[in-house]
Design a protein around this ligand. Structure first.
Ligand code: FAD
Length: 389
């Protein structure tokens, strides 16, 4: 055997890394995945559960096929700490030794920075990790009377899925338009501007959802009262019937306890040729936890995973990793139950800047369409198949 790689987290990044580490090493690397959740639930398309055109079951998948087909060892548990000196991860039950460690824990939420709501509140779901909170938010929307107000707060970037909050606003507005047309969606965005597909989202906000969506930029939360569900910003005070606070984000907790968060006290810096932490060469970090200046997306997470898996196999067999990785990112957003739009880019490693740089060109839709809705569905089927089988 070429050694033992322990992968922490079986989301888009970790599960893809585990699969390709096994396949591309022809089974010569031992790979153990540690993941607490019994099944995989996809964040992509989870906004459509709020809009009513998908169920959570449509987005939930078993890990069994992937484990079996690729011969991945599996421990259903959580990593609580990492002993970098002795190369061991501590689980709630026991510990494991690794030759190389891949950390893929996604994001953690920073509630401490929300004035008035410094810890999670049960009836104010974030629904920013797909699962029970997605269902809870949908139920709250169903129970809200016609004429009610849905308020969503967007944290300062970077956060997971830059277009995700605006897609969510469209999905909720789509539901209101069908079922509760006197209701309102109020977006309180801490950022100066819509960072992704701005023109396209504004077409929906000012077109199909003109009387339903109110968008406010530069709307940092000054005070939040979780009991009355009132959010105060510099400009106004808004009372919600249904309140969705998307908290500020940082690298997954296990990277914090391992001491590998070294950018803005939020993200982990990596070498984009190997995804090794710049603090610890035998610990690789992939997915939403890294500092990249690139969108935090499932498509990106699987791309990091493939570059990282190939680099680990090269290094474990005494070869140099590919010095010039290239990958793409396509991100679709649904504006209703059928129409979607996309942005697509190619990224190349720039050895001078030591980072992934967006290549000239790239594409963005002229407008949302039913045809792109079909492409978006195919994109999802493909990434689920690549990650989970
Ligand atoms: P995750 O997928 O979150 O996986 C992390 C895993 O690590 C989890 O399973 C977790 O249980 C596990 N874990 C965490 N800590 C530990 C620990 N200590 N021990 C063991 N396991 C641990 N991206 C797209 O490309 N297209 C889209 O259309 C899209 N839509 C989105 C819509 C919404 C509403 C949201 C919220 C996100 C969307 N995204 C989309 C973004 C995408 O979901 C994330 O970028 C992606 O999930 C990141 O993958 P990851 O593996 O880094 O994290």
């Amino acid at each position: 055997p070429l050694g033992h790689v322990v992968v922490v987290g079986a989301g888009f990044a970790g599960l893809t890394a585990a699969k390709y580490l096994r396949d591309w090493s022809m089974g010569n690397l031992k790979v153990t995945v540690i993941e607490p959740n019994p099944q995989f639930i996809s964040c992509p398309q989870s906004n459509l559960v709020l809009g009513g055109s998908r169920t959570l079951d449509d987005l939930s998948f078993s890990y069994a096929l992937s484990r079996k087909q690729h011969g991945i060892d599996w421990v259903q548990d959580t990593v609580t700490s990492v002993d970098l000196t002795n190369k061991q991860v501590q689980l709630t039950r026991g510990h494991l030794h690794y030759d190389r460690l891949v950390l893929a824990p996604g994001v953690d939420f920073n509630y401490a920075s929300i004035t008035g709501m410094t810890t999670p509140v049960t009836d104010i779901p974030h629904a920013w990790k797909a699962g029970l909170q997605t269902l809870q938010l949908r139920q709250q929307l169903e129970q809200m009377p016609d004429g009610g107000v849905f308020v969503m707060t967007i944290p300062p970037g970077p956060y997971r899925c830059p277009p995700g909050p605006y897609e969510r606003a469209c999905q909720v507005a789509h539901y209101f338009k069908q079922q509760k047309p006197r209701s309102k969606v109020v977006i309180l965005d801490a950022n100066a501007d819509i960072v992704s597909k701005k023109g396209l989202f504004l077409q929906s906000f000012q077109g199909a959802y003109k009387d339903l969506i109110e968008y406010h930029n530069n709307s940092t939360i000054l005070q939040l009262d979780p009991v009355s569900k009132t959010v105060k910003t510099d400009f106004e005070s808004v009372k919600a019937d249904v309140l969705n606070v998307i908290p500020p984000q940082l690298a997954g907790k296990v990277t914090q306890v391992a001491g590998l968060v070294n950018v803005d006290q939020r993200w982990c810096e990596v070498d984009f040729v190997t995804y090794a932490s710049t603090l610890q060469p035998d610990v690789h970090i992939i997915g939403d936890s890294i500092s990249a200046g690139l969108p935090k997306s499932a498509h990106m997470a699987t791309s990091h995973a493939k570059v990282c898996a190939a680099a680990i196999i090269a290094m474990q067999t005494g070869h140099a990793p590919n010095p010039l990785p290239v990958f793409a990112n396509t991100c679709y957003s649904f504006v209703d139950d059928q129409q979607a739009m996309h942005v697509a880019n190619v990224y190349r490693y720039d050895p001078v800047k030591k980072s992934m740089v967006s290549a000239e060109g790239g594409g963005v839709s002229a407008k949302a369409s039913v045809q792109e809705g079909e492409y978006a569905q195919a994109w999802a089927q493909n990434i689920w198949a690549d990650t989970l089988t």
